[in-house]
Design a protein around this ligand. Sequence first.
Ligand code: GCU
Length: 459
Amino acid sequence: MDIISNINFENLSENSTFRIRKAKLYDAYIMTTRFIILTLAVLAIWITIFGQIVPQKDPNYDENNVPKFDLPDPLTTFSGKKIKNSSEWIEERRPELLTFFSENVYGKVPCKIPIYQWKVVEQSGNALDGKACRKQVDLIFKKDNHTLRFNILMYLPNEAEKVPVFLGYNFYGNHTITNDTNILISDAWTRNDKSLGIDNHRLTEDSRGVRANRWPVEKIIDSGYGLATIFYCEVDPDRDDFSDGIHPFCYIEGQQCPASDEWGSISAWAWGLSRAMDYFEQDKDVDASKVIVFGHSRLGKTALWAGAQDERFSAVISNNSGCGGAALSKRRFGETIARINAAFPHWFCKNFRKYNDNEVALPVDQHELIALIAPRPVYVASAEKDLWADPRGEFLTAYFATPVYELFGKDGIPTQEMPPVNQPIHNTVAYHIRTGEHDVTDFDWEQYIKWADKQLLKK
Ligand code: GCU
């Protein structure tokens, strides 16, 4: 190009004009060839690294557009060995899967942070018209110059001595789960929701009881269970900021955020549930051998990860947990790994980003997370209209985890056919899809109680 632009065109003979035209043509030919080679090279690198040609633009909600994929077999180790019995599962396969999820999906907890002290900050034997005892217990953590406190709100039926307990996080503070005016209001940072009276990232009286619809406290107490709940932002505020919450407790000098294989927020919240479990082991009113960890949506993802790691949880419930929870990632239906990592960069560990629009490269899928809970009972629940969470993908994780439960002689999900709406399967691996939206409803709780009666209390 440069040679041509330096020529004085007015003094040229016809012959030279022809040559110049030829040279221009040749030059264009070279440029086009280079461009094609470069494009092909970039495409080849893209396919090698990312496994797929074009990232998805709009979420897929069409079953016909679910890509073909190979689902990893929970009963074959990464090196190809077939697992034939429960002891091989416990000794070989379970640990390698746990390590994979820990270092590549949720992130590992880099240091030990035991409870420094716990304090009952409020208690009454006369809650719910005398039916229940209410306790508000602070767990306090201290390390170097860090202090963190989170509060467990508990309602325990008065008539029994040591009771089984449902434990789950709430989204907007303990005071939102009932109208009980004795419940303390958290001063932790919160997400805003004007429709719930929550503004300026602070909780006030305005939001008391606003989530009572999701927590049928009386029904739970009348069924003989206790309820324990924690405001998740007290453990780690749900924002992309690793300078707050529990994460800084484990930083080495100069560290400002977790390393690529270290904990994101879901892992931090799961850590908090295990510390609540440490406390229950000390509380004479709780039957610590019957704690059912429960969670909705992002907190359902959290309940699954907590239950997978901490075998003291005797049962696990995932309510509409979706992507990164109970839904199969490789289906790319509704929310995908790339979408969740873009919208919530703090939830998973950084290593998980390797699988953005690259689910083919993922050597595990979420059915293996469910399998990590085996042989303990696990309940996966979906809602018909909650397509973002991929109800069929949630059902299939329960189905594909079943072979691991069968190694222990437990019953899982018998067929790949989804049950009709509102017709639950209450096996050790349980599933229901109910009518309605992404939510926690009375129907959901009625099923959880019935199933817990059957699985844990053998009623
Ligand atoms: C978003 C997110 C989901 C999550 C949900 C929730 O919709 O994409 O992954 O489950 O929030 O926690 O409410």
